[in-house]
Design a protein around this ligand. Structure first.
Ligand code: NAD
Length: 542
């Protein structure tokens, strides 16, 4: 196997249209039908073996919560320990495997998803997480494929970064896997994040215990099947669902715990950080702590903004996937002069959005993920209805009789620091504050100081000075900053994703920076002709 191999040049996976008459539409419809008629038994995967504990939880369609898609088995303390042991055991061989062989596993997984698995993974994401065909395609298929193809390419770039050498010396950098296992904990809202959290450490030679979200079990189960079919050796990624608190406690008590790769809410991540800190003397090395968490993502319009395009950005940015994207627009600042032109068309368009079962392709939105989310979102809407500081100007209706449906909702906040301008709701709710045109400067200040987060944000203006000024003032307000665009839809290798402040460690998923967190470099110096005399020339007599 001698040769200096380079990975295939990656390009972003093309998003298929699913327009009437296309083959992808026919394949997806057929998969949706067959998956809706099947009840899947979802085991744990430990050391390459399917493990069934019998302690099961149903997996339902959020848009039809009486419809059971499957049952997943939950791990107890014993299975968690077995998963940790399996990850430790697989570490030696996997971390020593040539990096090209590891990359090939993920490149094959990408091609399996692009081809034979595409419809199946998208359909599972649509039924289990209530995404429309388009939202499933950009997530489950395209983003996962991009993570793997670009990941292999970035890994090659990292391994190629080598030091300079003086004459007679050869310096080398080895990018070792971490000395221990990684704990990957994923959220419900992106199948691609489920793939990437255990996937990117594995690409760099690490093994992991992966705790998927209980609300994304069907698609995540298929991801494990894809890893297996792609040739991932047993024990490299161990799939362990169950009580998150108990699993986490067990993982954090292990001396070989070497890092956590998390995406989810801020509170959970802060809890992780504290627990790891409290256990720091237990560990063989300082664990890598990588977490992408919540957001309160903004759109600020200058009086020179294009109103028609702004309206579309607000509707897509706030309501696609029911606002359940960490990047979703959830607070907007609009000047009075524009509001006069924007209000009615925005209200009309919001009221016109089609909502229902994602198997009906004419729907633009569907249900929110579970009952807890439904109740939380409803309480913010009811709070706005009862408040003097805000009013609900569109949507607001909630109905959980069949699925957890919340109509896309617009709240107008008279108080710019009204609660729904500050807190992450994670649902189809956009709160708007209308400011006096001459108070642009104050509005920027409000954007910067109103919430604890710093994930995504957008400025809308035709005036170049206004764009430049907003870009400067809002330097730390968003890790992904958009000009005349919606704040959602980041693409791997184009807009590496992540934010700071309370939004996370900003290690930029979908970039080389993230992969760097999963290696620990060893600097090696070799001296070809070492000296044989300890004396230096300066010590000689003149
Ligand atoms: P969540 O925090 O409820 O769950 C995330 C994961 O953590 C799940 O696997 C869950 O089982 C686990 N978990 C929950 N409580 C835990 C506990 N006490 N101890 C250990 N593990 C626990 O989040 P979610 O509802 O799945 O996802 C929504 C959140 O994720 C939002 O806050 C959103 O902003 C954030 N998110 C951020 C990004 C980003 O890139 N910044 C991307 C997607 C989602």
């Amino acid at each position: 196997m001698t040769g200096i191999y380079s990975t295939p040049n990656p390009v972003n996976e093309r998003v298929l249209s699913y327009a009437p008459g296309t083959p992808e539409r026919a394949a997806l419809k057929a998969e949706l039908e067959s998956q809706a008629e099947t009840v899947v038994d979802i085991p744990l995967m430990i050391g390459g073996e399917e493990v069934r504990t019998g302690d099961t939880v149903p997996v339902v369609m959020p848009h039809d919560h009486g419809h059971v898609l499957g049952h997943f088995h939950q791990a107890g303390a014993e299975e968690v320990q077995r998963a940790i042991d399996a990850a430790n055991e697989a570490h030696r061989e996997w971390s020593r495997m040539p990096w090209q062989a590891r990359a090939a596993v993920f490149l094959r997984a990408a091609d399996l998803i692009a081809g034979p698995w595409r419809a199946k993974l998208n359909a599972a994401t649509m039924l289990g997480q209530s995404k429309t065909a388009y939202q499933a395609e950009i997530d489950a298929a395209c983003e996962t494929i991009d993570f793997f193809r670009f990941g292999a390419h970035f890994a090659e770039q990292i391994y190629s970064m080598q030091p300079i050498s003086d004459p007679g010396i050869w310096n080398r950098a080895q990018y070792r896997a971490l000395e221990g296992f990684v704990y990957a904990v994923s959220p419900f809202n992106f199948t691609a994040i489920g793939a990437n959290l255990p996937g990117s450490p594995a690409l760099m030679g690490n093994t992991s215990v992966w705790k998927p979200s209980p609300s994304a079990m069907l698609s995540n189960h298929y991801l494990m099947k894809i890893f297996e079919e792609a040739g991932l050796p047993p024990g490299v990624i161990n799939f362990v669902a169950g009580d998150p608190v108990a699993i986490t406690e067990k993982v954090f008590s292990q001396p070989t715990f070497a890092g956590v790769h998390f995406t989810g809410s801020t509170t959970v991540f802060r809890g992780f950080w504290k627990q790891i800190g409290a256990n720091i003397e237990t560990y063989r090395s300082y664990p890598r702590i990588v977490g992408e968490t919540g957001g309160k993502d903004f759109v600020i319009a200058h009086p020179t903004a294009d109103v028609a395009a702004l309206k579309t950005a607000l509707v897509r940015g706030a309501f696609e996937y029911q606002g359940q994207k960490c990047s979703a627009a959830s607070r907007a600042y609009v000047p009075k002069s524009l509001w006069a032109q924007l209000e009615q068309p925005l209200v009309d368009e919001t009221e016109s959005l089609t909502m229902g079962d994602p198997r009906d392709f004419s729907n633009f939105v569907s249900a929110v993920i579970h009952e807890r989310a439904f109740e939380k979102i409803r309480s913010y809407i009811e709070g706005a209805e009862a408040s003097d500081d805000a009013e609900v100007i569109a949507g607001g209706r909630c109905d959980d009789s069949k699925g957890w449906f919340v109509r896309p909702t617009l709240i107008r906040a008279h108080d710019p620091r009204y609660v729904s301008m500050c807190e992450e709701i994670f649902g189809p709710v956009l709160t708007i504050h209308v400011y006096d045109d001459e108070k642009w400067e104050e509005a920027l200040e409000l954007v910067d100081t109103t919430s604890d987060y710093g994930l995504t944000g957008a400025v809308w203006a035709r005036d170049r000075d206004a764009i430049a000024h907003a870009t400067e003032v809002l330097e730390h307000a968003a890790g992904n900053f958009y000009v005349n665009d919606k704040p959602t839809g980041a693409v791997v290798a184009q807009q590496p994703f992540g934010g700071s402040r309370a939004s996370g460690t900003n290690d930029k998923a979908g970039s080389m920076f993230n992969l760097l967190r999963w290696v620990s470099a060893r600097s090696m110096k070799e001296n070809f002709v070492p000296p044989t005399d300890y004396r230096y020339p300066f010590m000689e007599e003149a």
